[in-house]
Design a protein around this ligand. Structure first.
Ligand SMILES: Nc1ncnc2c1ncn2[C@@H]1O[C@H](COP(=O)(O)OP(=O)(O)O)[C@@H](O)[C@H]1O
Ligand SMILES: [Mg+2]
Length: 347
């Protein structure tokens, strides 16, 4: 497969509103990169420009270092899978998968060999003679995946491919996609608005906000070091402490009310501090650093844990704690925010 580079991509549909604003990123050969962001942030637009389905307003798309921005869609050997399966209803599974090869004028025997192999790879051999209407959603999506892969594309583009499947099937299919991607060493650009889905299967994640890239990194780095409040909120941080220049004491200490909070990461440009709800401890013995008192306002049962809303002199906090220690509304508690989990964010 190939590597993909997107340079300074911009897009406006109406000549006024900028839907994409200077997007640059690269997908290395054999990597699965996800674009994650809420509806309307520009994910599909990015994918469609790369596919050649719509023109860019500015910028370049390069494959293996070659500028393909002006190459028409039918001359780009990219596989595409969309949310809707878009199978041909009057063709059986075999013929649906064979379609791209027929268009490319492969001979009959080669088509038979390639389709048979691809059906086996995607676990569809038994269904070759079935028609789309006879298949489940998951099977139909597997057929569209087989159809996209059978021409041995340089790049696979997937736009919310699992959105029409129920929760259990989504989990299974995302693992299948990841396995197949690793087995075939595919270069994949995968669009989703589902954070867990994209963190589970991606080598890197690109978090998009209103046509810009807010962070592009490995899932681990994003999870542990979100760059902005927007990213942090998107991935489940829900405690934010506002910092002003006057709050800062030195590079690792910020005074909020009467409490001095220590951070391991330097806080020079901090506008806000954030911590995940499961990283705050309640009633921890023998600690004084980053500890203050609060009162439980409400409790939510999450299955393996409880989530508490806690009011304190330095603000309200969400805290998640193992269900073994159920606490009640009105209870006074001490909160400890471990310095290594308290991240300063500059935006
Ligand atoms: N064909 C189009 N004409 C005009 N505006 C469009 C068109 N397609 C998308 N948009 C606008 O561009 C923005 C980004 O859309 P899109 O790329 O589809 O976002 P996403 O896939 O992240 O939901 C949205 O504001 C959307 O309304
Ligand atoms: Mg979309």
């Amino acid at each position: 497969m190939a590597n993909l580079e997107v340079q300074n991509l911009a897009k406006s549909y109406d000549g006024k509103t900028k839907v994409l604003k200077d997007i640059s990123f690269a997908v290395n050969n054999g990597e699965l990169v996800s674009i994650l962001g809420p509806s309307g942030c520009g994910k599909t637009t990015t994918l469609r420009i790369i596919a050649g389905l719509i023109p860019e307003t500015a910028g370049q798309v390069l494959v293996n270092g070659k500028d393909i921005t002006k190459v028409p869609v039918y001359k780009r050997n990219f596989g595409m899978v969309f949310q809707s399966y878009a199978l041909f209803p009057h063709m059986n599974v075999f013929d649906n998968v064979a379609f791209g090869l027929k268009m490319r004028k492969f001979d009959k025997n080669t088509i038979k060999k390639k389709v048979t192999e691809m059906l086996a790879t995607t676990g569809l051999s038994q269904l070759a003679k079935q028609f789309p209407a006879q298949l489940s959603g998951g099977q139909q999506q597997r057929v569209s995946l087989a159809r996209a892969l059978v021409t041995n594309p340089e790049l696979l583009l997937m736009d919310e491919p699992l959105s029409n499947l129920d929760a259990k099937l989504r989990l299974k299919m995302r693992e299948e996609i990841r396995d197949l991607q690793q087995k075939l060493k595919m270069t994949v650009l995968f669009v989703t608005h589902d954070q867990q889905e994209c963190f589970a299967i991606s080598d890197k994640v690109l978090i998009m906000k209103q046509g810009r890239i807010d962070q592009f990194d490995t899932p681990q780095n994003i999870f542990h070091h979100p760059r902005t409040e927007y990213v942090a909120r998107f991935i489940g941080y829900d405690n934010f402490i506002t910092v002003t220049a006057a709050n800062r004491q030195d590079d690792h200490h910020i005074k909020v009310g009467d409490t001095v909070l220590t951070t391991v990461e330097p806080n020079q440009n901090a506008k806000v501090l954030t911590i995940r709800p499961e990283n705050i401890h309640l009633n921890l013995a023998d600690v004084s650093e980053n500890t203050f008192t609060g009162k439980i306002i409400s409790r939510e049962y999450l299955g393996q844990s409880f989530k508490y809303a806690i009011h304190s002199a330095i603000g309200d906090f969400q805290v998640e704690e193992a269900r073994q220690k159920m606490r009640s509304s009105g209870e006074e508690v001490t909160l400890t925010l471990p310095a290594k989990h308290l991240h300063p964010l500059s935006e």
